[in-house]
Design a protein. Structure first.
Ligand SMILES: [Zn+2]
Length: 405
């Protein structure tokens, strides 16, 4: 079924100079035409022509709010942030999150839909369509202000084809996300792994903006990482780069969904936290969690452990600290492999971040190879629970702001 929305005549700006200037205005605006010419080494007439075009497409507006150096206030340029919008979708293991953001990645609308257990291909695609239709209809902006749709999907994703190759939580292969959403909504659709989307979001609008070499680590029901190398996401030969949840941490550890034993995510992801808590509570450990679940240990989940920790429950604090130490071992391996400037921890478990950080930092301090390795900055996500959805929006913004070559 095709869309009933009416598209504006929107032109993709693939010219290298246009996207360079647009991105400079985004990063450094308000900025004058003269400063753009100086920094890009383009001639003033070239800059003038391109800026004229950017103003006519309404991506950029003139402002006089800049510093006055005596006399006439200079006319500066800035991004017309509320003129265009993108739609971001984060497909987790039990929920899909949907956001509409402006050109600065600021959320204007959001909604969340549940994913039923054991979904089929059609279920995933139909929930996706439903959420996007809902946001577009409830939003006051006209349809031609939407630049495109970005999707961050857990598991292995082929970003070129826009397909989910393998979604482990659903045990589904080969979901043609881009193809289906493009025909439904008639706009640009970009698909990426959720941890990579999160990393991209932090790089543009969060804590990664001064770090061209960095990692985003998504800790939720599983663990995945996005690797940013020289300002570009790194995918590896077969889109497997960043599957750090399956780094072996303990040869005799718990069995993982992948079939191996002692993978990082069997020790440090949300379900692993819940499992360890259940085991120890059953063995008689004292904890506030007893009251929270009214004696029914099957109700214990990761959030509960966090909740108890915030109420100073010693058992939960120690358990999260131990989780932080496991994560720290995984992150130390990554420091020694990638040597990033910064690592950003996001995802569901990062809500318990302050209880994880001590364990993480302590482990990196004791295991880092050199002083520089030990100094690697580790921070919690700035964009929080919507980081992957906002990052999915950036997948679309990249098409406009970053030179495509
Ligand atoms: Zn595994």
């Amino acid at each position: 079924m095709s869309t009933k929305y009416k598209r504006g005549s929107f032109q993709l700006m693939k010219s290298m100079n246009r996207s360079t200037i647009l991105n400079m205005i985004r990063e450094e605006g308000p900025i004058s035409r003269a400063d753009i010419a100086k920094e890009t080494k383009l001639t003033p007439p070239t800059v003038s022509n391109i800026v004229k075009e950017l103003i006519s497409t309404q991506f950029v507006v003139e402002t006089t709010q800049g510093m006055s150096k005596g006399g006439r206030k200079p006319t500066l340029l800035e991004i017309n942030a509320e003129q265009f919008f993108t739609i971001g979708v984060d497909v987790g293991t039990t929920q899909m999150k949907f956001v509409i953001t402006n050109l600065f990645g600021e959320i204007r609308e959001f909604t969340t839909l549940e994913i039923p257990p054991y979904p089929a291909h059609e279920d995933i695609l139909s929930i996706m369509k439903q959420g996007i239709h809902h946001l577009i209809k409830t939003n006051k902006e006209s349809f031609d202000k939407f630049l495109g749709i970005g999707v961050g999907m857990h598991g292995i994703v082929d970003p070129e084809e826009g397909r989910s190759l393998f979604a482990p939580a659903f045990q589904l292969n080969d979901i043609p996300i881009k193809e289906v959403l493009e025909s439904e909504f008639d706009m640009i659709v970009k698909v990426e792994n959720d941890a990579r989307a999160m990393t991209l979001g932090e790089y543009w609008f969060g804590h990664g903006n001064d770090a061209d070499n960095m990692l985003g680590v998504n800790v939720g029901n599983g663990i995945g990482a996005g690797l940013m190398v020289k300002g570009r996401l790194f995918h590896g030969e077969h889109n497997l780069a960043g599957e750090i949840g399956h780094i072996t941490i303990d040869l005799s550890g718990p069995k993982c969904t992948c079939g191996n034993y002692g993978c990082l995510q069997t020790l440090a992801a949300g379900p692993a936290i819940a499992e360890r808590a259940k085991k120890e509570l059953k063995a008689g450990r004292a904890s506030l969690i007893h009251d929270l679940v009214d004696g029914d240990f099957e109700k214990v989940d990761g959030c509960m452990v966090y909740e108890a920790a915030t109420q100073q429950d010693a058992f939960s604090i120690e358990l999260l600290n131990q989780t932080g130490r496991y994560l720290g071992i995984g992150l130390t391996n990554l420091i020694h492999t990638i040597n990033p400037k910064r690592m950003i921890i996001g995802g569901g478990v990062s809500g318990a971040g302050r209880f994880l950080m001590d364990g993480i930092e302590e482990t990196i301090q004791s295991r880092g190879l050199t002083d520089k390795a030990k100094e690697t900055s580790i921070v919690l996500s700035k964009l929080g629970e919507h980081a992957s959805a906002i990052g999915a929006c950036v997948l679309v913004l990249e098409e406009f702001f970053i030179r495509q070559d």
